[in-house]
Write a new protein. Structure first.
Length: 255
């Protein structure tokens, strides 16, 4: 019986099929900036196989993301109207901010990778420049996690805070290391949008701000929450105060 993979005298092996989990990991790691070579080692596949699968999925992914973007933009407009915002910091704008093009807000945007924004810094360094300013909204919409920016954003934002929780994708792969250390989440059952949001709500109290989730968008690999901010005084509650965030002056340290 002839080998069905025999072609011109050469036996060709049947390509290994891609699982849904592998495709999602490929796309996510590419978003996180890994090279195809690095991804191939993680997935135990050839670099060329990763390249072919990635580019083959681009049209499908773009169509999928378009539906997400449309939902996000509708929520953005609704949120701005609800809290009567006038100013916004867009820390992960992806070039020129959507808010500049589609709203009347006073916008300062930033993106470390894509040209067109006012600043090209890490999101944390961008927010640090505004740590003593009062801005109506801060929008954190990263590929991945914006955890390191939370306290700065809470300090700056006066009317609203928008956070995209890219950490959610880790749940699909039963990865607990990131959220366990940062959010105190111990089990996969406890790894929920509600639990991530509870962390923001508790951190808000440090800055005398009640974080009220008024829009929650839960999608396949991300969750995006829009918080309305109410201000209050601790009074004589005895609540501990935390010092303002300060970065070391590396020049004074001779570094």
């Amino acid at each position: 019986m002839a080998n069905k993979h025999l072609e011109n005298g050469v036996i060709k092996s049947k390509p290994k099929s891609w699982s849904k989990t592998e495709v999602e990991a490929l796309l996510e790691q590419k978003k996180n900036g890994l090279s195809f070579f690095e991804i191939s080692k993680l997935l135990i596949r050839t670099e060329e196989s990763c390249k072919r699968k990635f580019y083959k999925n681009q049209k499908k992914v773009d169509k999928y993301n378009n539906s997400h973007r449309e939902l996000k933009y509708n929520h953005n407009k609704h949120f701005i109207q609800q809290i009567d915002a006038k100013t916004i910091l867009d820390a992960y704008s992806g070039g020129v901010s959507w808010y500049k093009i589609n709203t009347n807000l006073e916008v300062v945007d930033n993106d470390i990778k894509i040209d067109g924004a006012d600043y090209k810094l890490s999101a944390e360094d961008f927010l640090y420049k505004f740590k003593d300013k009062k801005i109506d909204i801060v929008d954190l919409d990263p590929f991945g996690s914006a955890f390191e920016c939370f306290d700065l954003a809470l300090q700056i934002a006066q009317k609203g805070l928008i956070i995209t929780f890219g950490e959610i994708v880790s749940r699909r792969f039963n990865r607990m290391d990131f959220v366990e250390y940062r959010y105190g989440i111990k089990t996969i059952e406890d790894f929920t949008t509600k639990k991530l949001s509870a962390y923001i709500e508790s951190r808000g109290l440090i800055f005398r701000k009640k974080m009220i989730p008024i829009i929650k968008a839960e999608m396949t690999n991300i969750s995006r929450i829009y918080y309305k901010i109410d201000h209050f005084d601790y009074g004589n509650s005895g609540c501990k105060y935390f010092p303002k965030i300060e970065k070391p002056n590396l020049f004074n340290q001779g570094i």
